[in-house]
Ligand binder design. Structure first.
Ligand code: ATP
Ligand code: MG
Length: 201
């Protein structure tokens, strides 16, 4: 094929693509508060959620964070976002589940935590809420999924909620507007590299 033919075919293809994309953009004409789920075994769930937090703050929006499973050390995002105005930050978990080994206490902690989240979900001044690692208390049955879905359903219509954590329950994904399953292709930890500041924590 000669160069002019190739260029013409490329132009035609791009024009068809543009028509398709422009049409899709024109059809998406609603605004609403979104429920997003970031799940899967790949790295990037919490850091993506905190990316949305940064975006929201950039617009002067008010945001809330609830962390359900607090790791051993503090993270860079916690240090950074806690120091910003317009951020409400709650640590509602006590540590990795395999480190507490006290079922009754884990259940109580999770339920007390959800009561705090419920208040955030009733606060229409919060434009975006990150519920980091919420899938764990759901997976272990420390929180009742029906109650959680019910409370999420009653939140203000323009409030966005981002939920992270592995193994998100089916019903949660079904209720969400946007669901991303991050796939673990490889992770440096498995070749012996410890968690790196700025990348992993
Ligand atoms: P991040 O906070 O980096 O976005 P994440 O929220 O997707 O990660 P978590 O399951 O919450 O993943 O784990 C948090 C920590 O574990 C991070 O330090 C992250 O780099 C690490 N991690 C995430 N996925 C994997 C994996 N597949 N193998 C090993 N370590 C992982
Ligand atoms: Mg995470």
């Amino acid at each position: 094929m000669s160069m002019p033919d190739k260029a013409e075919r490329h132009r035609d293809r791009m024009q068809r693509k543009k028509t398709r994309v422009d049409g899709a953009i024109a059809r998406a004409d609603r605004d609403q508060g979104l429920l997003l789920v970031l799940t899967g075994n790949g790295k990037g769930k919490s850091s993506s959620a905190f990316g949305m937090l940064a975006r929201s703050l950039g617009y002067g929006m008010k945001v809330g964070v609830a962390q359900f499973i607090k790791g051993c050390g503090d993270t860079g995002e916690e240090a950074f976002f806690q120091a910003q105005p317009n951020v409400v930050w709650h640590v509602l978990g006590e540590g990795f589940t395999w480190e507490t080994q006290n079922l009754a206490r884990d259940i109580e902690t999770a339920q007390r935590g959800w009561a705090v989240v419920r208040e955030m979900l009733e606060d229409s001044s919060l434009n975006l809420i990150v519920l980091d690692e919420l899938t764990y208390p759901l997976k272990y049955g420390w929180l009742d999924l029906t109650t959680v879905l019910d409370d999420l359903g009653k939140r203000p219509p323009m409030q966005h909620v981002v939920i992270t954590g592995r193994a998100a329950p089916e019903a949660l994904c079904a209720a969400a507007d946007t669901v991303t399953d991050l796939r673990d292709v490889k992770h440096a930890f498995r070749s012996g590299v410890r968690a790196q500041r700025g990348v992993d924590l």
